[in-house]
Ligand binder design. Structure first.
Ligand code: 1GP
Length: 253
């Protein structure tokens, strides 16, 4: 397991050095356990930086086995991206401790965090406080439905910036702008640029990124960590070019 604090530090250090990180999102409902070993081999060869695992709604009780399989097959950091406190799992290395700051649902701003905190306090998980912002991706997503919140309109970069600034001032260590898994439209370059120009903490961006062009534009607009899930579930042969595109997004800033 990574020593305490090292995963966030590695993301922040990469940002300081102008490097971009690629996070592969594993949905435990979608991945076959027997495929994890080859997927992790491919991920390491392709230069993936982080493995995120979780989902807004899990239908099968596979999270725990999925994490054990990931940990058995890769040295890459395994970071929980939980849809609920039920997805806390001590076998991972870290957790994005999310507060849904784009919404006005108190349960997701602080309620579920209060329920989770005592468990996290006793765990070995590195806790990465994350101001989580849902951005309208052109159609309702599982995340917006399950959270019972309105996403930030995609053509309102000022709202996104003001929300991210509030998150940073409140002490969140990272801001995650998410159009939602399988989003029709990913978060726009102009919104990412607007937010990243004024935000100092690392910015994570995901949702609906399917091509290397979009991955490159997302990174070069200012995302420090680019997250891709769906596209790799559909065709893992894309992984290498998506990772390369994100890493090359650093040079163009
Ligand atoms: C969703 O940001 C992630 O929360 C990744 O989205 O599955 O569409 O790549 P995709």
């Amino acid at each position: 397991m990574a020593s305490p604090g090292t995963i966030y530090r590695s993301i922040a250090d990469a940002k300081e050095q102008g490097k971009k990180c690629f996070a592969l999102l594993i949905d435990p409902d979608e991945v076959r356990l027997q495929n994890i070993s080859s997927l992790m081999k491919l991920s390491e060869e392709a230069g993936v930086d982080l493995i995120f695992v979780g989902g807004s709604l899990l239908m099968h009780d596979q999270l725990s086995n999925c994490i054990l399989e990931l940990k058995a097959n890769t040295h890459l950091p395994v970071v929980l991206f939980p849809g609920s406190p039920l997805q806390i799992n001590n076998s991972a290395d870290a957790i994005l401790f999310l507060s849904l700051i784009s919404g006005r649902n108190p349960e997701l701003l602080i309620g579920q965090q209060v329920i989770s905190a005592p468990y996290l306090h006793q765990s070995q998980l590195e806790v990465i406080s994350t101001g989580y912002m849902l951005i309208d991706g052109g159609a309702p997503t599982t995340a917006t439905y399950m959270s019972n919140t309105n996403p930030i309109p995609s053509d309102k970069p000022d709202i996104a910036l003001a929300t991210a600034l509030a998150g940073e001032m409140l002490g969140f260590k990272t801001i995650y702008m998410d159009a939602g898994s399988g989003a029709r439209n990913p978060v726009s370059e102009s919104m990412i640029r607007r937010v990243s120009e004024d935000i100092k903490v690392p910015i994570i961006v995901g949702g609906g990124i399917r091509t290397s062009e979009r991955a490159f534009l997302t990174a070069s607009a200012g995302a420090d960590v680019v997250v891709v899930g769906n596209a790799i579930e559909k065709d893992r042969r894309l992984l290498r070019e998506l990772v390369e595109a994100v890493h090359s997004g650093a040079q163009s800033r």
